[in-house]
Design a protein around this ligand. Sequence first.
Ligand code: PEP
Ligand code: MN
Length: 265
Amino acid sequence: MTKKHTNVISISPEIQVGGKDIIFIAGPCAVESYEQMQAAAPAMRKAGLNVMRGGAFKPRTSPHTFQGLGKEGLKIMRQVANEFGLLVISEALGVEHVPLLAEYADIIQIGSRNMQHYPLLWAVGETEKPVMLKRGFMSTVGEWLLAAEHITTRGNENIILCERGIRTFGDSIQNTLDVNAIAYLKKNSPFPVIADPSHGTGRSELVLPVAKAALAAGADGLIIEFHPQPAEALSDKEQAVALSELPRFVEEIRELAGLFGRGVI
Ligand code: PEP
Ligand code: MN
């Protein structure tokens, strides 16, 4: 594939991914309560961010842990987002969730475990919603791009790729964010690429430095997990960054993006 340009994906009339500005998506791993989302939203607004994340249908490795609030979680998130003028990204875990996500979210997330769930890819391909396709943690870049084509061949070209870390030999970290893949895709694919240094490292203290590495490699954005009280998070607590750190994170990312002539939205 020879790259000519990066597609620019419109999430709203004002917010684009793949253009000059870096999109900084923030929010908890999972929607846990109205109060939790209401704590996150004003902090995001204050930091100048526009897109809030939060899983309602959670793909948990263990069936004995919190599985998400389901439709109730989507409703909470949409309500809080509307109150604060934010956009929303959330995951469709199965084909049956796609109509709900199309109704409640502005971007539909396809999780790492579902990168090759073809009926799900076809289902989001038949909507017009922007789709964020996460890389399977044991998938090659070639397989990832073919997964994206399962979506585009059904008519939906609004795809954002998300590098979220792959399995490697490191045993002190959960995953390894493949910075090579970001640089490669920026040269060889038309899709915007964003990085998830939260799942990409699995450890909160590594999130900011690895986010910066992704940006230096050319990423068009970041998706980072924040929680008002990380120690109490119902999922992915080891990688959750305290919401009180959000202003510093955004400031440091803004400074680095500026060196590349990019803003942060
Ligand atoms: C998530 O974004 O919370 C998530 C479950 O991510 P992944 O699919 O990359 O594991
Ligand atoms: Mn998570």
